[in-house]
Design a binder for this molecule. Sequence first.
Ligand code: AMP
Ligand code: ZN
Length: 668
Amino acid sequence: MSPTIQETIQKLREEINFYNKNYYDLDESLISDFEFDAKLLELKNLEIAYPEFDDPNSPTHRVGGGITKNFPTVEHQFRMYSLDNSYDFDDLADWEKRIEKTLEGEKVEFVAELKYDGASISILYENGVLKQAITRGDGFQGDEITANVKTISSVPLQLKGDFENRFFMRGEIYLDRKSFNKINQNREAEGLDPFMNPRNTASGSLKLQDSAEVRKRNLTAVLYQYISEDYPADTHWELLEMAKKWGFKVSEDHAKLCHSISEVQDFIQYWDKKRHDLDFDIDGIVIKVNSLQQQKVLGYTAKSPRWAMAYKFKAEKVETLLEKVTYQVGRTGAITPVANLSPVLLAGTVVKRASLHNEDIIRKLDLHEGDFVYVEKGGEIIPKIVGVNLEKRKSDAQAILYASHCPECGTALQRLEGQAAHFCPNELHCPPQVVGKIIHYVSRKALDIENLGSETIEQLYREKLVDNIADLYALKNEDLLPLERMAEKSVQNIINAVEKSKTVPYEKVLFGLGIKHVGETVAKKLAKNFNSIIDLKNATLEELVQVEDIGEKIAESIVTFLQNDENWQMIERLKAFGVQLEKGESTQEFISDQLLGKTFLFTGKLSLFTREQAEEMVEKHGGKNISAVSKNLNFLVVGEKAGSKLKKAQDIGTITILDEQEFLNLLQ
Ligand code: AMP
Ligand code: ZN
């Protein structure tokens, strides 16, 4: 007798759950991604055809949805203590004396480690499998963020070798500077405010609801303590070595086993100078008594272990002359005051400028012309002015007053209530804002007009060839040819790219217009709800705020933008040139679920379609585009001259590699 539909569904669910568990808990794939996806698709189709057998616990409802709405609070089995701080070698010597006294003169070894500047974490392993990850919280209880921690590649999901049955690893999750800068570059490209520093970004990332987003942040975890009921070794150092063998990235990599406090001091001095060469931030050194027996004897105060001590580095500070304060006008009109300094060496780099952020900061510092100021580099990437050497101030020095007019266009600056920054309201004619709007319009996520970099746009603006985005479509070969650094070929490329942008769908054009507060997602929502720019223009505030995710601020900004005559004329010109300002065939959302649950990445030079088109095809068929090669990637589609991504995918071994034609065949 053949199995019933219900039995088939049940069997598929069990199989998929089994493979999923292997993949996420044990970090291994027992079948190819393709086979896995085929099973999932089969199940999905059966569930659609026989809704009476659907089940909220079915794995089809889990894939790709690593969303945690809120993080449960969990008690720590072993309390997570703070560390006592020391600021100089005298503090350290005092600590050593206290230890010697308690230990009655026993010989003491120390382990000196870097004090990683991130967010602390406690991870439970049972039978070699990552079970649970909890934030420090108040030390007694924290948030359970297991799904997010599992996305961090330096955290092993399954241990290797001869591990203990049940134990906790404590450590720090941080963001290296390169990843931090990359996140900020992306944010700025999308018109979002950059994050302040890697530490806050790391702890913020851990609380994101979508674990797929967490993965993109590229966090690192370094583990610095083994904790359990009893210990498989006698010293902290040995435990770190064991943990390393099990597959952890451990603090031992930058640590030293010291036989005296003076060796510890050497270590501190070394890293105080060298810390700037690391690709991540540290804010000091942690010193721990190596012997676990001695740790036990020393015990804890109400707050921290007596057997450990943090040594905090002083933020480096130098004095230099404030030459003048200038004002930068951003592409959105925001004004940033900048302190121009006599060049000075600080934390390994020559500093010439420091951000002053806003008027309040200048007032608070009470800056005067010709002041000598103290500049510091703390956790933040950009140096800041922390004070003035009043002894050097001349008695007739004038206080520095904040600029009243835009240095670029002369318009009176404004400051909105409740906001710290000034801005230039001359959105349509202030040079950096005009150029900024065009740069935004041609950017990859908007109209994706290749061959038009920001320098070229600035050049076109200077030569009075463009004054707004509609002017791009009026450009002719003979306008561009006489320009500096323009050859026939590059001119033709620009003209072609501009022409091609007329096929870019409405929702992207909406995003490209650069309406304040209208990002990619909002633009998509608007396009979905209003079939054309005219419909959008006719929409009232009330109608706009009906749309999901559109609040009053966004709605007002849309109305203001579209009711402005100059803007509307420009939009009419865009329409006349053939730019998509209404929903066309191509905005149709969904074609099939052929690629459901599958992930794609395109690399190399594509010839049958552009990358944008390819990514759109994936989405329309239910697939997902991801941005890097990892175990989560199912298909890598390679064009000509594919490089490191192809190699990495081949190394991973579970990724299906397709050429462009094979990709198209998938969609049949
Ligand atoms: P504090 O937050 O200043 O009290 O310092 C204590 C914190 O330092 C701990 O909660 C850890 O998150 C962090 N830390 C960073 N690196 C280490 C390390 N190597 N050993 C112990 N704690 C560390
Ligand atoms: Zn201006």
